[in-house]
Structures are given as C-alpha cells and as structure tokens.
Design a protein around this ligand. Sequence first.
Ligand code: FES
Length: 88
Amino acid sequence: MGHRIYVDEQLTPAEFDETVDYNILSALDRAKIESDSHCRAGFCGTCRVTLLRGQVSYPGGVPLGYVREGEILPCCCVPTSDIEIRTY
Ligand code: FES
C-alpha cells in the first residue's frame, strides 16, 4: 500500500506508489504537482521542502545537498508514512 503526500494547502494528496515511484519527486510529477528541481540526485538542494508531518527515508544514503532542520530532499527520499510537505 502506498502513502499519501499532502502538499501545501492542496486538498487532494499525491499518492506514492512504490511499484512505480522511486522517490517523492516522481510521485509529485505523476500527480502533476509542480515542484522545483534541478539535479534530481541529492546534490543541488533545489528541491528542498519542509516536512510538516510524517517520516521519510533515504534509500541511497544521506544526500550531499544542504538541508536545514526539518527539511527533506524529495528527489532522493521515499515516504515511510503519510506525509505533509510545504514547498514555499
Ligand atoms: S533536485 Fe537537486 S537535490 Fe533534489
């Protein structure tokens, strides 16, 4: 079973489907939810968002891109619960 990804104030969440999504960013792309990105590999930090609720993991290990406390890099992590993120 997938997890829901709530984004900003949007009422309809994106669905993370582990059979087709390899990270949170790909689930947002599939749901046609716009989000910033550049390298898509955990280096540049462009995709940084605030994790308001829930948990994620980084299957490829801790990324090099800079994040502050409470932020995540959706291009290289997956949700391990339903999550809520803020993109601004
Ligand atoms: S897009 Fe570069 S770190 Fe996510």
